[in-house]
Every structure is written in structure tokens, then in C-alpha cells.
Design a protein around this ligand. Structure first.
Ligand SMILES: [Zn+2]
Length: 279
């Protein structure tokens, strides 16, 4: 059943499996500076504020939808196969996501192979909206995390906290180049970017920010199939907003306000620093 959360949105049904759809707020063709994507349906804290901005300024927010959960369920020959919708942009990433979430599924089985194909099609379905339908040079992903870090140990990226990124960098993790711990920021509110210029600007404004290492495009071990890796492979300017779910963070600050400031900052960055977008 198609359920839309926003009044002026429409649904795009995934042709290969009709219970999966994208809720599209606004129109990708009017996205000139940035286009927003929310892969995890249960991470929706900033969606409403972004929708208000789109109403005012144009552009689009694409939300992956199925059953309200983090992972997508693929129905393959009466089998249920789970995949993380932020691991569907490369075949290698899809394979490791499906292996991890379906430990009892034989990677040499037909079901596994068909699931990889379908997940790859789903990734392409999203990329069509972000890439072919829009002229936006910047992709902005919206995620939420919980206090501290998640239990997702997929190459450590699910462990969301600026301190954990800092620890990983000092231990020699190769998927990131630089980490800035902003002054007076909750550890769970951070930007994750692909362009050094964005990293520098966010550092200058005292945000928590992580810069991804371009090595993710050449080291197969670092290819997790996420949108950040795909963006780096195609030299697309990518900014992920990671924000804590709860309203009041552990510094006693109103988290909703912080997230709105983060989104306003993205508008400032993508509209006033467009030159960064050119390769
Ligand atoms: Zn997420």
C-alpha cells in the first residue's frame, strides 16, 4: 500500500517490485544546486524541514519507502531477502550487504543472484532521479542515528559519532582522510563529505565533519556500495547530514534546531560555493 507522508508529493513505484516506491517531494527537474535523498525510511527527523525549504526554493527530496524499516525486503521466488538501501549502488556493496543481513542464504544460490540483480536495479531507479532527472551538482543524503553509535559494524561506517570517526582515523582506517571535531557540537550531529573544499568550509564554521578518502574508488575492500562511494567514483559532490534522533542532545541543546541549522548551512554551501562542484 502506497503511503505518502507529504501533501505535495507523489510516488514512483519500483517496476520490478511494486511494494517498493520513492516518495518524491518537489520536482527533481527544478533541483539546480542540490537534491536530497533519504535512504532509510525510519530516519525521518529532518524530512519535514527539507520539504518546507523545497516548497520555498524548488528542488526535490527523494525518500525510499516500503514498510517503514531501515532495510528493504526483496521478494525473490517466495524468499525474503534483506538489503540495506544505502548499499545498493555497486554490485560489490550489494553482495556484502545481502551476505551480512541474510547469513543463511547461500551466496552461490539462484535466489542470491536474483536478489543482487534486483537490488542493483533499485539502485539505478534511485540514481535516475538524482542524476538523469536533475541537474543538481550536489547530492545531500539525510540520515539519523541514535545516541552514541549504532550496532552496524559494516566497515565501521554504521558507528556514527564524530569521536568514533576520530578514533578510526587515528587507528589507520583508510576510508577517511580527515575528521574535525567542532566546538560545542553533539558527537552524533555531523557532516560526511567527499570534497576537501566542503570539509574546509565546515571546519571553518566549527561543524563536526568527516572527509571521505578517494581510495574508496580503487580499493575493493572499501567499496561498500553506499551513495558516498558511488558519488566519489563519479566525482559528484556529496554531503551526508547525520543527525541524532532525539530532540534534546546530551549537551542539553535542542537537536531539531541544530539539524535545521545544518540544513540551512547546506543551502548556504551549495548555493554560494557552486564552483566547488566542477571537477
Ligand atoms: Zn541512515
Amino acid at each position: 500500500m502506497i503511503k505518502l507522508a507529504f501533501a505535495l508529493s507523489h510516488a514512483l513505484t519500483f517496476p520490478a517490485q511494486e511494494d517498493i516506491y520513492l516518495e518524491v517531494i518537489g520536482d527533481p527537474q527544478t533541483a539546480k544546486a542540490q537534491i536530497f535523498y533519504a535512504p532509510h525510511e525510519n530516519e525521518a527527523v529532518a524530512n519535514k524541514y527539507v520539504a518546507e525549504k523545497i516548497k520555498k526554493f524548488g528542488g526535490a527530496l527523494i525518500i525510499m519507502r516500503q514498510q517503514g524499516t531501515r532495510n528493504i525486503t526483496l521478494h525473490i521466488n517466495k524468499n525474503k531477502v534483506y538489503v540495506d538501501p544505502n548499499r545498493i549502488f555497486t554490485k560489490a556493496g550489494i553482495r556484502s550487504s545481502i551476505k551480512k543481513l541474510n547469513p543463511n542464504l547461500d551466496p552461490n544460490s539462484t535466489v542470491f543472484r536474483l536478489a543482487v540483480e534486483r537490488a542493483f536495479q533499485l539502485g539505478k531507479f534511485v540514481l535516475t532521479q538524482l542524476q538523469e532527472k536533475s541537474n543538481a551538482p550536489t547530492w545531500v543524503a539525510l540520515h539519523n542515528n541514535t545516541e552514541g553509535f549504532e550496532g552496524d559494524n559494516n566497515q565501521g561506517r554504521g558507528d556514527v559519532s564524530i569521536y568514533r570517526y576520530q578514533a578510526k582515523l587515528s587507528k589507520g582506517a583508510s576510508f577517511l582522510i580527515d575528521v574535525n571535531v567542532g566546538y560545542d557540537q553533539d558527537e552524533d550531529n555531523l557532516f560526511y563529505v567527499t570534497k576537501p573544499e566542503d570539509f574546509e568550509l565546515m571546519r571553518k564554521y566549527h561543524w563536526n565533519v568527516v572527509l571521505q578518502n578517494p581510495v574508496v574508488t580503487t580499493d575493493p575492500k572499501e567499496d561498500d556500495g553506499s551513495l558516498s562511494v558511488y558519488a566519489q567514483m563519479h566525482n559528484i559532490r556529496y554531503i551526508n547530514i547525520e543527525a541524532e534522533r532525539q530532540d534534546v542532545d546530551n549537551l542539553g541543546k535542542n537537536n531539531t534546531e541544530t539539524q535545521q541549522e545544518m540544513i540551512d548551512f547546506i543551502y548556504y554551501v551549495t548555493n554560494s560555493h557552486k564552483s566547488n562542484a566542477s571537477p
